[in-house]
Design a protein around this ligand. Structure first.
Ligand code: NAP
Ligand code: G4F
Length: 341
């Protein structure tokens, strides 16, 4: 039985990846931080919890030592781009240096890099790199060779994580890969991200729980896919004989305005009656456009996305309608509702 350790197991991707690996027969361990973490009940049933924090080197060494994983998936990060301007140093520590700490934990526990250790043997490592690293894009679409020009402290921290992962692969023969994933969403997406903010607001406005939706730049363009599809690519990357980095996305571009239009159409409302542009949600430096060229992933991993953009937004609105209607009937959330994001 293969053993996997997932950091960020309480997040969107961590939950889908845990389900996927359990279904594939893995023994799955999840790193959870904090003494009384309110997200702890998001850990999927069947996952073994180990405590630790990307800010604390010794806790990561202890976690790797306890889980004895064949594969480590480093999904933990401060992942909300606007927060990275307000807490830039913390973002660098967690999202950037946290990657180095995890790599060092693997090196310390497995002995990779010591005299006599065979290159490529031992624990395989997946780093959650991001299309946000492309930032002010130099070409459309973006592939593994596209120049990085990050536009936020988050993007800069991810670029550090990306290069230190590659460096440990080249320096120590570690089987370490970066998945450069484009935006991916689901009903489990955090409420602060634009798709979920829109689908939840459309549902709540429909139910009379909210009057308006305040947004920033409606012209921003992203390549949005379904998170459940993207976690399959993570496992496929670590299953390759030769470690390499892969871009993962759909290759289709849509604007924030498209998300708004489809979400409000799903609940039978005209978005013009409810959406207000609010400068507080406009970023100091914007990533205007992202679009993936996933040729390498499609050819070498045989990975393809299964959920179309419009179906994804409608799926999220439907889930938010059901959840909001339940909350309307039972204003105090039950543990099940907490667990269901
Ligand atoms: P998410 O839902 O925001 O989850 C982030 C996770 O990181 C949470 O489990 C959080 O734990 C954990 N975390 C934060 N700080 C930590 C620390 N100091 N120590 C340990 N754990 C910590 O993010 P996601 O959407 O699932 O994304 C997963 C990863 O992929 C992230 O690294 C993100 O930057 C990257 N990524 C995401 C996308 C996307 O579109 N979703 C695209 C490209 C790359 P708590 O529950 O304790 O807060
Ligand atoms: O949903 P977002 O916050 O996602 P963003 O910034 O693209 O980052 C996400 O994807 C990255 C991959 O490229 C990940 F690495 C990262 O962790 C995260 O998952 O914003 C998308 C777009 C932006 O251009 C933003 O300016 O939506 C625009 N937007 C307009 N109004 C808004 C809003 N974004 C948010 N969050 N809230 C708004 O009110």
């Amino acid at each position: 039985m293969r053993r996997a350790l997932i950091t960020g197991v309480t997040g969107q991707d961590g939950s889908y990846l845990a389900e996927h690996l359990l279904a594939e027969g893995y023994q799955v361990w999840g790193l959870v931080r904090g003494q009384a973490n309110p997200h702890r009940d998001r850990v999927i049933e069947g996952v073994r919890v180990v405590e630790g924090d990307l800010l604390d080197q010794s806790s990561l060494v202890a976690a790797v030592d306890r889980a004895q994983p064949d594969e480590v998936y480093n999904l933990a990060a401060i992942s909300y781009v606007p927060m990275s301007w307000h807490q830039a140093e913390l973002t660098a520590e967690v999202t950037g240096l946290g990657v180095l700490r995890m790599l060092e934990a693997i090196r310390m526990v497995s002995g990779i890099g010591r005299a006599g250790a065979s290159p490529g043997a031992g624990i395989r490592f997946y780093q959650a790199s991001s299309s946000e690293m492309f930032g002010k894009v130099s070409e459309v679409p973006q592939n593994e060779a596209t120049t990085l020009h990050p536009r936020s402290p988050y993007g800069v921290a991810k670029a550090y994580g990306h290069f230190i992962t590659r460096n440990y692969r080249e320096s120590f023969g570690l089987h370490a890969v970066s998945g450069i994933l484009f935006n991916h969403e689901s009903p489990r997406r955090g409420r602060e991200f634009v798709t979920r903010k829109i689908t939840l607001s459309a549902a709540r406005i429909k139910l009379g729980l909210q009057r308006e939706l305040r947004l920033g730049n409606l012209d921003a363009v992203r390549d949005w896919g379904f998170a459940g599809d993207y976690v399959r690519a993570m496992r496929l990357m670590l299953a390759q004989d030769r470690p390499a980095d892969y871009v993962v996305g759909t290759g289709h571009m849509h604007s924030v305005r498209d998300v708004v239009r489809i979400a409000f159409d799903t609940v039978g409302l005209d978005w013009h009656d409810h959406v207000v542009i609010d400068p507080q949600f406009v970023r100091p430096a914007e990533v205007e456009l992202l679009c993936a060229d996933s040729t390498r992933a499609r050819v070498e991993l045989r990975w393809t996305p299964t959920v179309e953009f419009e179906d994804l937004i409608r799926m999220m609105v439907t889930a938010d309608l059901e959840r909001s209607a339940r909350e309307q009937q039972t204003p105090v959330a039950t543990p099940q509702e907490h667990r269901a994001w």
